[in-house]
Design a binder for this molecule. Structure first.
Ligand SMILES: Cc1cc2nc3c(=O)[nH]c(=O)nc-3n(C[C@H](O)[C@H](O)[C@H](O)COP(=O)(O)OP(=O)(O)OC[C@H]3O[C@@H](n4cnc5c(N)ncnc54)[C@H](O)[C@@H]3O)c2cc1C
Length: 421
C-alpha cells in the first residue's frame, strides 16, 4: 500500500514482543565493525547488545586480510599474540607475474610498525576472538540468530530495534543504535539512507585451488598474473589457495557460456604453473561471483543512529582494505562516543564527528581504488597480450620517496587510527 503524506503510518504490532531490554548501545551485525565496536564499548563498562542474524560466523569466503592497522589495534587491546596464532600466512610483498618478470609494487617490510605484514586470518576466527573477548564483560550480550527487522523511533530519534529470532519477536531499547550490518544493510534502508554507488568496471570469481608441489612461487603469501584479457590472484590459505579471477563487469554469463573448461583454459593461459591445480575445478558450484561494488553514504547518522563499516561504505576489493576500514570505523566511533554514552547523552553532532573523521579517508582510498581498477581494465583485461611492466613504472615504484607510499596506504590508509580510551 502506498501512503499519502496525510496518512498516519500504522502503529507497529508490538503485542507479539516477548522480551524487552534497555542498553546504552545496540549494535546490529557482528562482522568486523560490529564485533570490534562491541568489545571497545563493553570494556568501558557500557551495556551493549550485539545482534547477529546468523547462528554462527562460519560463512563463505569474505576475506582474510588483517592489515598492520588492525594488528596494531589488536595489540593495543592485548590481542595481537592470539591473532598471530590464528593466522595461516603472512603477505609481505604480493607480486604480479608479468611477461618481463615479477613486479612487486608494494613491499610492507620497510614499514615502521611491529607488524610489517598482512596476516591472513579466517574471518570466522577473527570474529570469534573479538566476541569471546567482549563476552568477558558481564555488561555485554551477543544474540545469535537475531534478525533486526524494525527501528524503534520516538520523537524523531531511533531508540533501538525489534528483532526476530526462532522463539519470536524481541526488542532492544538503546540510547544509540549502530547499523554494522554490512553492504545490504537493512538498518540503513529502514533509516531511509541511500548510498551513492559507483560501479567499478569489474567483477571477481572466487574459487579454491589445492596446494601442490608445482605451486607457483609465492614467497610473499600471494601471487597474481595479468594480461591476455585475464587477471588471476592467489592468496595462501593454509592447505589451499584462495583464488580470484577478475572479469569485466557484466561478462559473467559470457564467461559461463564458455564452460568450466574455458575458465580453466584462461587461467592456465595467463599462469601456466596452475595447469595441474585447475583440474580440481570441475563445476560452477565451486565458483562464487562477487559483484564488485563501491559505495558511500552521504549521511552516516541520524538522531540516535549511526552506520559504520560496509553499511556506510562498500570498498572495492582492490588492496583488501574492507575489513580494516570497518575496524577503523569502529575504533573511531568508540573513541568519540564512549564519553557521551557514559554520560547518557549522545547528540547528532557527536555522531557527525564520527562521519567527518572517517569519510575523508574512505574517499581517499576509494579514489585510489578507482584509479587502480581503471588501469587493471585498460592494461590487463582489454589487452590480448601478456602484460610487460615498462622500466619507468618499475623505476617509479623503486624511487626512494615513493616506494613506501603504496605500502603505507594499504597498511594504514591515509590516517593511523588508535584506540584512545
Ligand atoms: C567475497 C568477498 C571477499 C572479500 N575479501 C576481502 C579481503 O580480502 N580483505 C578485506 O579487507 N575485505 C574483503 N571483503 C570485504 C569485507 O568482507 C567487508 O568489507 C567487511 O566484512 C565489512 O565488515 P562489516 O562489519 O562492515 O560488515 P560485514 O562483515 O558484512 O558484517 C555484517 C554482519 O551483519 C549481519 N547482518 C546483516 N543484516 C542483519 C540484520 N538485519 N540483523 C542482524 N544481523 C545482520 C550479517 O550477517 C553480518 O554478519 C570481501 C568481501 C567479499 C564479499
Amino acid at each position: 500500500m502506498v501512503s499519502t503524506p496525510h496518512e498516519v503510518a500504522p502503529a507497529p504490532d508490538t503485542s507479539q514482543i516477548i522480551d524487552s531490554c534497555d542498553v546504552a548501545c545496540c549494535i546490529v551485525g557482528s562482522g568486523p565493525a560490529g564485533a570490534m565496536l562491541s568489545l571497545l564499548l563493553a570494556r568501558r563498562g557500557l551495556k551493549v547488545v550485539l545482534l547477529e542474524m546468523h547462528k554462527d560466523f562460519d560463512r563463505e569466503f569474505r576475506g582474510d586480510t588483517v592489515h598492520p592497522s588492525t594488528l596494531e589495534i589488536l595489540d593495543q587491546l592485548g590481542l595481537a599474540e592470539r591473532a598471530l596464532s590464528l593466522g595461516h600466512g603472512k603477505v609481505v610483498s604480493p607480486f604480479f607475474q608479468a611477461a618481463n618478470g615479477p613486479f612487486a609494487p608494494v613491499d610492507l617490510r620497510r614499514l615502521k610498525t611491529k607488524f610489517p605484514f598482512i596476516l591472513m586470518v579466517p574471518q570466522t576466527k577473527l570474529l570469534d576472538l573479538l566476541t569471546q573477548e567482549a563476552m568477558k564483560y558481564p555488561n555485554f550480550r551477543l544474540v545469535m540468530g537475531a534478525n533486526a527487522t524494525e527501528l524503534i523511533t520516538e520523537n524523531g530519534a531511533t531508540r533501538g530495534v525489534r528483532y526476530q529470532s526462532d522463539d519470536g519477536q524481541h526488542e532492544v531499547r538503546a540510547l544509540l543504535t549502530v547499523g554494522a550490518d554490512g553492504r545490504f544493510s537493512r538498518i540503513r534502508n529502514l533509516a531511509g539512507i541511500v548510498p551513492t554507488k559507483s560501479a567499478p568496471p569489474m567483477d571477481v570469481l572466487w574459487f579454491k585451488l589445492p596446494h601442490l608441489p608445482s605451486d607457483p612461487n609465492a614467497p610473499g603469501g600471494a601471487f597474481g598474473a595479468i594480461g591476455m584479457g585475464h587477471m588471476v590472484i592467489g592468496l595462501e590459505r593454509g592447505d589451499y589457495w584462495q583464488c580470484g579471477y577478475v572479469i569485466l563487469k557484466g561478462s559473467y554469463q559470457e564467461v559461463r557460456a564458455e564452460g568450466i573448461d574455458g575458465l580453466r583454459r584462461h587461467i592456465v593461459e595467463i599462469l601456466p604453473a596452475l595447469a595441474e591445480h585447475v583440474e580440481s575445478l570441475t563445476d560452477w558450484h565451486q565458483v562464487a561471483l562477487l559483484s564488485v561494488e563501491s559505495s558511500l553514504c552521504p549521511l552516516w547518522c541520524k538522531p540516535g543512529l549511526l552506520l559504520i563499516g560496509d553499511a556506510a561504505h562498500v570498498m572495492s576489493p582492490v588492496g583488501g582494505v574492507g575489513i580494516n576500514y570497518a575496524i577503523q570505523d569502529a575504533v573511531v566511533a568508540a573513541n568519540i562516543l564512549t564519553k557521551p554514552l557514559l554520560s547518557g547523552q549522545v547528540t547528532l553532532e557527536d555522531l557527525r564527528k564520527v562521519q567527518r573523521k572517517r569519510e575523508w579517508p574512505t574517499r581517499v582510498i576509494q579514489s585510489f581504488q578507482s584509479r587502480a581498477q581503471q588501469s587493471i581494465i585498460a592494461t590487463a583485461l582489454q589487452s590480448s597480450q601478456r602484460i610487460s611492466i615498462p622500466w619507468y613504472v618499475r623505476a617509479f615504484f623503486r624511487a626512494p620517496l615513493i616506494r613506501d607510499l603504496p605500502a603505507r596506504l594499504i597498511a594504514f590508509g591515509p590516517v593511523r587510527v588508535r584506540v584512545e580510551n
